[in-house]
Design a protein around this ligand. Structure first.
Ligand SMILES: [Zn+2]
Length: 319
């Protein structure tokens, strides 16, 4: 039987600074319900699953982790408003930073440089190269936030020559950029692995109830971290002389976001791995989310092979 070798580390303090009574002043009733739903799910996971069948728990964990993409989209909107303030941009952006010394969650991942790529008008292109997979996968994740018509992914530099440079460039966080990107990468890893369980890429023989519950609790920690950050930045924005404009701008930005930014376009996607310095297809999928779930399922039980998801158009362009 396969054993889960993948590990996630959530540093002390991450998601633990939240005032549990805090509620936003705007849309208070809606948020109260959202937070109560998140906290209820977390209590079920903390109880060890409360005797709920594995499949239902896996689906609940996946739904909870899926929430993170919406918090990232909210974060992008909050940052746009904060950094665009004519009177207090610096203070607003400072309010978005985490306390000094706080580290981002980390997950098992391969070493080496990775590049961030995009399908630019249907043609694979390179946007950036990073020294670690955390920054590259985090950047691809950030770029996807709100980009309904662009397919973003990260691939290992070792997988062969880079596509040409892209004209397109996506959003990157301003406050705590590297920490935020690492956090995005860890959040997406949890979302992909729970999605893998919920959609049958992994079964209870591998990802037992205890691990599904641990992943659900991890997702809740990550959600609480966002709630902590929003408590700080929204309080700061509400105290601004431009508060009314900020509120209107944030609402307009949120409404302009695509409904499911993480699903992304790009046609068919492939689960890839690196064999003898060459990129090879492991299996083929209809969507990015399915390919990413397949990659996450394999990464969970194999920490030596380098794996990633890319659009089929990228694989074709490799020749
Ligand atoms: Zn302001």
């Amino acid at each position: 039987m396969d054993r889960v070798v993948w590990r996630l580390e959530i540093p002390a303090g991450w998601g633990e600074r939240l005032d549990p009574a805090w509620l936003p002043n705007e849309g208070t009733d809606g948020w109260r319900e959202v937070f109560a739903g998140e906290d209820y799910a977390a209590r079920v996971f903390a109880s060890g699953g409360a005797g709920i069948p594995w499949k239902v728990l896996a689906q609940a964990a996946a739904r909870l982790a899926e929430v993170l993409q919406h918090y990232r989209a909210q974060w992008r909107c909050a940052e746009a408003v904060a950094s665009g303030c004519p009177v207090a941009a610096d203070a607003h952006v400072a309010a978005m930073a985490v306390p000094r010394g706080l580290r981002a969650p980390r997950r098992t991942r391969p070493d080496g440089p990775w590049r961030v790529c995009v399908l630019d008008d249907g043609v694979p292109a390179t946007v950036a190269e990073h020294l670690s997979i955390d920054l590259a996968e985090g950047a691809a994740c950030a770029h996807r936030t709100g980009a309904a018509d662009q397919a973003w992914w990260a691939e290992p530099v070792a997988a062969g020559p880079a596509p040409d440079r892209a004209a397109a460039s996506g959003w990157l966080p301003i406050a705590d950029t590297e920490l935020r990107l690492s956090a995005f990468a860890a959040e997406e890893a949890v979302a992909d692995l729970t999605a893998a369980a919920a959609t049958g890429h992994l079964g209870p023989d591998v990802l037992e109830v205890r691990l599904v519950c641990t992943l659900g609790e991890a997702a809740h920690h990550m959600i609480r971290e966002y709630r902590t950050l929003f408590a700080a930045v929204w309080t700061d924005l509400e105290a601004c002389a431009e508060a009314a404009t900020h509120d209107a701008d944030a609402s307009a930005l949120l409404e302009s976001l695509p409904p499911a930014p993480e699903r992304g376009p790009g046609g068919r996607w492939h689960h890839m791995h690196l064999v003898g310095g060459r990129a090879k297809v492991v299996n083929r999928h209809l969507s990015r989310t399915a390919a990413a779930a397949s990659v996450a399922a394999s990464r969970a039980i194999d920490d030596t092979t380098v794996r990633w998801a890319e659009p089929a158009a990228r694989t074709a362009a490799r020749g």
